[in-house]
Structures are given as structure tokens and as C-alpha cells.
Design a protein around this ligand. Structure first.
Ligand code: NDP
Length: 478
């Protein structure tokens, strides 16, 4: 297997550059092992990275699309070779299971190269009729031009896949990128940038800086950045929106996804979906099932099914092939999860499974008797908890599901076509799944949220829109 050689600093203009900022130790969330260190970037290095991207842009945008696609194909091959090595790094530094990390690389990341190389070939402009004068001699051509420098700011839960969307699609389109990786997952980021370099993308087309929030802030505020693609929490996203000012931006923020189980729904399937929704990646997904709403008539049976399944999950060392759920990534996530459980119990909810933790490994937890006033129902928990609420009518389920500041993903279990359609239309979430887990997304479909879950859409050609300027060229052919 290839050993991917990286250094601990930034990657600017095609070279690893020693950092001058804070040293950040990366500790494994499972056992605290020191996995590596990166050195944060200074404001001057952020500026150097943006300048490298700005200087690379004119020639990269004029590089033929055929050449860009060739490089994407080469990167695809290289990524296929290095998937396992990067997946192992992700599993170690994020604490997601090795199976989840392989999924991130093999199902999502590597395919960004393939999809982007196809999508960009069909990303077309158009010709409009002129409606302003009678001679008929005007031609109006609408073209999509790459915007320039893209700032990609990513969270730790899908450290390579999420940043890979704007980086890879940006390269396809002719944009250049500066990436600020999460301080909790910078080592896999180093490997991915090295891979792009080894694939032959020209110096300056992809740059990487490290550090905490202030490094991201310097990048967002930089006047030479054209589009900001940010994925992270609502709190940071609101700051990014203020700092980005008039720049183009995509904000992919938190969620509080409801999974709704109606009385006629398939309970076995709904219980399977709740397990994926609540415990995949230890609940640390923006699309997690943060609330499970169950019709009173089927509540007890559904709880039995979920508890029986959750009991069988193997929890612990993320590097083992048969582990189902690893630790939570940070002490802050652990603290919030415990606070949400305690607050719910204080207000009358009951823990019917789990509730405890050993270090950062939290037990799969099932809570019943959850009500709308509780923090666990109002805020994003981002931990491995299934908070179960009861309802009596479809209208009540809709009211509870929409009673949230968030609007990313919802799911509904029913066999009634009319009700399914009504709920799909009335749920104010960016994605509504019928008879599937909230934790499902498709790489070609528009992904994004309403309300505080963000603005803009990504994946497939939707991310290309965010990174391009729509320009009209008019031509009088008389
Ligand atoms: P954060 O908001 O804490 O951080 C996200 C990124 O922003 C990190 O790289 C962080 O750096 C950086 N950052 C922090 N402050 C600033 C700032 N002022 N300006 C610019 N960048 C800054 O999120 P987490 O990493 O904790 O990720 C978890 C959150 O992400 C959850 O809320 C989850 O729902 C959301 N998310 C949303 C997704 C979606 O598509 N809607 C997908 C995945 C996650 P550093 O880490 O160094 O502090």
C-alpha cells in the first residue's frame, strides 16, 4: 500500500509549507493516542494560500475541459488505490468505525471525481430569444463561468467527503480552492491534498490551511475569495454568513430531523431506520434522526423493536471490522449528549436503554416520554440517542415535526399514499424521505436545508451553480 507522505504545515502553491501558528495535537477519540500534530496557519499564510489560488485561476480556467477531466480521472484512479489508507486515518482521528470510514471514501469521496468529470461536460449555458427589439438581430447567450477562488470550510464528521464536494467540483469547473480543514480531523485532509497534488493538478489549484476558527474566519473574510462553501454548526454558520458579506455562499448547517412513524407504517422497517438514523456515526450526522415521533397505537411495539436492535450493537474500538458504533469525536459532544439526557429525565422522560458512557464511548440510548419543551427535542444533540415522542393525529405529527428552528431532513413511515404525499409537501425540510431513514442522501440530488439548517444546495450539478457566475453575452448580428 502506498505510504502517503505529508508534512505538518499548510499546502500552498503546490508545496508543503511549515506552519507558524499554534501546534495542534490530534488525539484519537477512542483511546487518546497521539496520532499526529499539525501546525496552524497565520493570517499571512492564509493570504499566501488565497494568492496562490488567485494566481493559478486564470490559467486553470483556460485549461481545456478535456485536460481537467483527464486529471480528475487520474485522481479517481489514485483515490481508488489510497482509499484504505485514508479510511484508516479517518477512522482513527474521527472515531467513526472503519466500515463507516470506508463508506466515506469508497461510496462518496472517490465518486466525486467520477461524477464531477461527467457533470461538468453537461453543465451547459443557453441561448435566449431577444424580447426587447423587433429587428430580431440580437442574440443573448448565457454562460456559466467559474467564479475564481473557493473557500472550503469543513467539519470533522465527514472530513474528506464534505470538503471533497467543492474542491473536486470546483476543479472540474475551473475554480481553485483554499481548504480550511477541521482541527479535529486534519490528518486525513493532508492525505487528500497530497493525492490531488500527486494526480497532477497544477500548483495553486488546491491549497490547505490549518487552525482553529480564526483561520477559517480570515479565509472567509479574504477579499479575493469568490464563493464560501461552509459545512458546520449553526452558530459558526451565522458568523460565516456575517463575515462573507456579499460573496456567494453555500451554508450546510445543523439538523433536528424528525422520523415519523404512523400507525399503518411498517414497524420493522421503521425500527431499522431508527437504528441507522440514531446510531450511524454515533449520531453525529447532520441528517440524524434527532426526534422519533410515533403514533400512540404502535408506540410500545416500536420501542420494543428499537431497544431489541440497539442492544445488539457492538460499541467500542472503531478500528475493528465488526464494531457498529465508535466513540463520539469530542468531549463537547459527549457533554451535550449527557446534558440533553439529564434535562429530558428531569422533565419526565425515561431512559429505557443505555444512558451512560465510558470515556468518549457513549452507549446507544433510547429515551421515551420525550416532549417538545425538552432540550433534546429542540436542539441538535449530535449523539447516539433515540428520543421517542408520542402523537395521536397526522396534524399533530406535522406540528411537532415542523416545530423546530432547523429544516434539513425528515422521514415518514406510512403505507397510505395520500398521507405520504401530504406530509412530503407539508414538512418544511429540505429533504423528505418516505419509508427510509433520515440518514440517507444521494450524491446526485440537491442536498441542503431550510431555516437554520442553511442556505443553498450542494451535490451533483447544484454545487456547480454556487461556484459559477451566470453571465449574459449579447450580440447584435446585424
Ligand atoms: P463547527 O461549526 O464547529 O466547525 C466547522 C468548521 O468551521 C471547522 O473547520 C471549524 O474549525 C471552522 N470554524 C470555526 N469557527 C469559524 C469561523 N468563525 N469562521 C470560519 N470557520 C470557522 O462544526 P463541527 O466541526 O463541530 O461540525 C458539526 C456540525 O456540522 C453539526 O452541527 C452538524 O450538523 C454540521 N454538519 C452539517 C452538515 C450539512 O451538510 N448540513 C454535514 C455535516 C455536519 P475548527 O474545527 O478548527 O474549530
Amino acid at each position: 500500500m502506498a505510504r502517503i507522505a505529508t508534512r505538518d504545515g499548510a499546502f500552498i502553491g503546490g508545496e508543503w509549507v511549515d506552519g507558524d501558528g499554534e501546534r495542534i495535537d490530534v488525539l484519537a477519540p477512542y483511546d487518546g493516542e497521539l496520532l499526529g500534530t499539525v501546525v496552524g496557519s497565520t493570517d499571512a499564510q492564509v493570504d499566501a494560500a488565497v494568492q496562490a489560488a488567485r494566481l493559478a485561476f486564470p490559467s486553470w480556467r483556460r485549461t481545456s475541459v478535456r485536460t481537467r477531466v483527464e486529471l480528475l480521472r487520474r485522481a479517481y484512479e489514485l483515490c481508488m488505490e489510497r482509499n484504505e489508507e485514508i479510511a484508516q486515518q479517518i477512522a482513527r482521528e474521527v472515531g467513526k468505525t472503519i466500515r463507516e470510514a470506508r463508506e466515506e471514501m469508497e461510496e462518496y469521496t472517490v465518486d466525486h471525481f467520477r461524477r464531477a468529470s461527467e457533470d461538468v461536460l453537461r453543465y451547459a449555458g443557453k441561448v435566449l430569444p431577444s424580447t426587447q427589439e423587433s429587428a430580431g438581430s440580437k442574440r443573448i447567450i448565457v454562460v456559466q463561468e467559474p467564479i475564481g477562488v473557493v473557500a472550503a470550510i469543513s467539519p470533522w464528521n465527514f472530513p474528506v467527503d464534505i470538503a471533497g464536494i467543492p474542491i473536486v467540483y470546483g476543479l472540474a469547473l475551473g475554480c481553485t480552492t483554499v481548504w480550511k480543514a477541521s482541527e479535529h480531523a486534519p490528518l486525513s485532509a493532508q492525505m487528500f491534498v497530497q493525492l490531488l497534488h500527486d494526480a497532477g493538478f497544477p500548483p495553486g489549484t488546491v491549497n490547505l490551511v490549518h487552525g482553529r476558527g480564526e483561520v477559517g474566519q480570515a479565509l472567509v473574510r479574504h477579499p479575493d475569495v469568490g464563493t464560501v462553501v461552509f459545512t458546520g454548526s449553526v452558530e459558526t454558520g451565522e458568523q460565516v454568513a456575517r463575515d462573507a458579506g456579499l460573496k456567494n455562499r453555500v451554508l450546510e448547517l445543523g439538523g433536528n430531523g424528525p422520523q415519523i412513524v404512523l400507525a399503518d407504517g411498517d414497524l420493522e422497517r421503521a425500527a431499522d431506520a431508527a437504528i441507522v438514523g440514531c446510531y450511524y456515526l454515533a449520531g453525529q450526522c447532520c441528517t440524524a434522526a434527532e426526534r422519533i415521533l410515533v403514533h400512540r397505537d404502535v408506540h410500545d411495539r416500536f420501542v420494543e423493536l428499537v431497544v431489541a436492535r440497539a442492544r445488539t450493537l457492538k460499541v467500542g474500538d472503531p478500528m475493528l471490522d465488526d464494531t457498529d458504533m465508535g466513540p463520539v469525536r469530542t468531549p463537547a459532544v459527549l457533554r451535550r449528549t449527557q446534558e440533553h439526557i439529564a434535562d429530558a429525565v428531569a422533565q419526565g422522560a425515561r431512559v429505557v436503554l443505555g444512558g451512560g458512557h465510558i470515556g468518549q464511548v457513549h452507549e446507544p440510548t433510547v429515551l421515551i416520554g420525550v416532549t417538545r419543551a425538552m432540550r433534546i427535542a429542540r436542539e441538535e444533540t449530535f449523539g447516539p440517542v433515540a428520543p421517542i415522542m408520542v402523537f395521536d393525529t397526522v396534524e399533530e405529527a406535522l406540528t411537532i415535526a415542523n416545530d423546530t428552528e432547523f429544516g434539513l431532513t425528515a422521514s415518514v413511515f406510512t403505507n397510505d399514499l395520500r398521507v405520504a404525499w401530504q406530509m412530503a409537501e407539508d414538512l418544511c425540510h429540505g429533504t423528505v424521505h418516505i419509508n427510509d431513514t433520515t440518514n440517507y442522501w444521494d450524491q446526485m440530488a440537491p442536498f441542503g436545508g431550510t431555516k437554520k439548517s442553511g442556505s443553498g444546495r450542494e451535490l451533483g450539478t447544484y454545487i456547480l451553480d454556487a461556484m459559477s457566475e451566470t453571465k449574459q453575452i449579447t450580440w447584435d448580428v446585424r
